[in-house]
Ligand binder design. Sequence first.
Ligand code: ADP
Ligand code: MG
Length: 403
Amino acid sequence: MKTVKDLKVKGLVVFVRCDFNVPLKDGAIRDDNRIVAALPTIKDLMAKGAKVVLMSHLGKVDHKDPEKCEADKKKNNMAPVATRLAELLGTKVVFCPATHGEELATCVKGLKEGEVMLMQNTRYEKGESKNDPALAKEWAALADAYVMDAFGSAHRAHASTYGIPEVLKAEGKQTAIGYLVEKEVNALKRVVDVKEDARPYVAILGGFKVSDKIKVIERLIEKCDKVLIGGAMAYTFAKALGNQIGTSPFEEDQLEFAKSCYEKANGKIVLPVDCVVANDFDNPTEIKVTEDNNIPEGFMGMDVGPKTRALYVSEIKKAKTLFWNGPVGVFEKEEFVEGTVAVCKACAELKDAFTCIGGGDSAAAVKQFGYKDQFSHVSTGGGASLEMIENDGHLPGIDVIGE
Ligand code: ADP
Ligand code: MG
């Protein structure tokens, strides 16, 4: 696959789709990780003498309700990103407040070699999320080349992630992936297509909803040697298998799926064997550990219990390849972190294994508990990494770049 390294772009306008969807609070950036992660590609293009035009979405903009639309635009203004980016690069970054028309064209045409411009939030445009061909054409007309470096958006075929490179490719212009996407693709390949000598392949799946992750569960059962299921989604499986789950959350319409999935997995799925339960989610005044995978009336599961932690650890220890998505307990609450911490620790202690995390909350958990650096790869894209597994290594925003 062509990467930014292969491009010859001196004097050319290069549109770069970045992932600057940073958490904002009152207009201030709370975490600039995503901006930092985009720097290698930007610096490389600057050094090559390109005229660098950066674009990204930021939050959501509701185009149906005019009042909400204005409020969303105000909240998700990209300007603070330009300021932070300029500090990180140590150079001027032109901020273009327009996303179309004369003003955008003038900003782009005013760039000199090695200069950087950031466009306002792509979602200010109604046509962005619909991959509107007219919008993609207008943007593509301003570009001589395109680089995809927004891994977290590569599973979406939008105008900025799909429409522009599609037009440019048809015109014979250069398209490539950036360094961030290259790193993600190389890492995720190792959990998509696992060779015999990289087995056992163990996956840990947690988090809240089964319905969010149906496709990935099915794929992982095919690909893995063991799939450890924890988190709230374990209660749907437990109920489907005839266990008592008390007041734990479960998905009625997923019971059938959970049962057939468990049977099809033929022993590959490992469910909790005990639970940490509480009488209330928000104000737990009574917390206890169950004997087995049954939860008494009036209690809900909040974390996996000590026997399950030991079982997980023994399975994780065998892994040569490991993929983890979704915390196995309500790790945001101090009383229920132990299951997730045990998983972190067991993964961190693996030697010579490839360990990969996909998922926003799971990534936040390993960071919070201090284990981030001990994983081989922590993906910057939650949804994108899951879709990559579901679709056997394919994502629209990466496939469109081509060979
Ligand atoms: P990721 O972002 O890593 O893909 P999810 O968004 O699917 O993960 O799930 C994370 C959420 O799941 C967390 O907020 C966590 O509190 C919740 N969760 C995990 N275990 C439980 C449980 N037993 N009961 C309720 N919520 C849970
Ligand atoms: Mg999440």
